[in-house]
Design a protein around this ligand. Structure first.
Ligand code: ADP
Ligand code: MG
Length: 255
């Protein structure tokens, strides 16, 4: 299932935050979106998942024009893990994860045994089996993040958007979340702040700066010290990890 973003622009109060961005996620690719704070990653993702209305452009997922489709239809195909996960009302973890089933249900249809099994399997996948009856608001930031991922897993989407999904997590759970997502074998578009993890997990990267795509390509082709210096304003050297062979980045002093 391909995601195709064409010439998307977003403005707030006459400020152009996203300027003519086009990007593609081809069948089952894991595509990363990187760039400094404030460059527009979240705004771009929100305009793809219909929270923000772009001033121009088109977004399609397979044959579906996302801008013209109902949220319910979109939610049957597209799962979203957003950046902030606070709730005003308290729900249990099980209730939160069960919300992932909603797009697949008729208006008065209640959850059945199959839904319950899907919810349990999702909690198991994120290592939160014992947490089903806990109140969501009582959880740590990292636990909340894993509940939100479980909810999206229960949704069984065919494409997933993640906005810095590993923000509150220690390294074990950062890797766990990225591994879970990668193994889903569906198309992924994820804003990631850790460039080394982005290089390791992504098939393809888009680098954003000031609301525009500054570069795109395979991680090993574009994550050069020149590009990182220019986009993130830090001096670094790249190297090969001696154990895994993966691309590594050693940050030197700020320029
Ligand atoms: P990133 O996710 O890359 O850190 P954001 O997309 O959150 O960047 O923000 C991009 C820019 O858009 C920032 O300058 C931010 O202040 C601005 N911005 C985001 N949301 C709004 C809004 N609702 N109204 C006005 N400006 C906004
Ligand atoms: Mg953001």
């Amino acid at each position: 299932m391909n995601l195709n973003v064409e010439h998307l622009s977003v403005s707030f109060a006459n400020a152009n935050i996203i300027k003519d961005v086009s990007l593609k996620v081809r069948n089952k690719q894991f595509v990363g979106l990187i760039g400094p704070n404030g460059c527009g990653k979240s705004t771009l993702l929100k305009s793809i998942y219909k929270v923000i209305k772009p001033s121009q452009g088109k977004v399609s997922l397979a044959e579906m024009n996302l801008m013209k489709s109902s949220p319910r239809l979109v939610a049957q195909k597209l799962g979203v893990v957003g950046q902030f996960n606070e709730l005003s009302f308290d729900f249990t973890v099980r209730e939160m994860v069960a919300m992932g089933r909603t797009p697949h249900k008729g208006m008065l249809e209640t959850d059945n045994q199959e839904d319950a099994n899907i919810v349990s399997a999702a909690l198991h996948k994120v290592n939160l089996e014992g947490y089903a009856d806990r109140s969501y608001n009582s959880l740590s930031g990292g636990e909340k993040q894993r509940v939100v991922l479980a909810r999206v897993l229960a949704q069984q989407p065919e494409f997933m958007i993640l906005d810095e999904p590993t923000n509150h997590l220690d390294i074990k759970y950062q890797l766990q979340i990225l591994n879970i997502v990668k193994k889903l074998d569906i198309g992924i578009l994820a804003a990631l702040h850790d460039l080394t993890l982005a290089a390791e997990y992504c098939d393809y990267l888009y680098v954003m700066k000031k609301g525009q795509v500054a570069a795109c390509g395979k991680p090993e082709d574009i994550l050069t010290k020149e590009l990182i210096g220019q986009v993130f304003d830090v001096a670094c050297e790249t190297y090969r990890n001696p154990v895994t062979g993966a691309l590594g980045i050693a940050y030197l002093e700020a320029q």
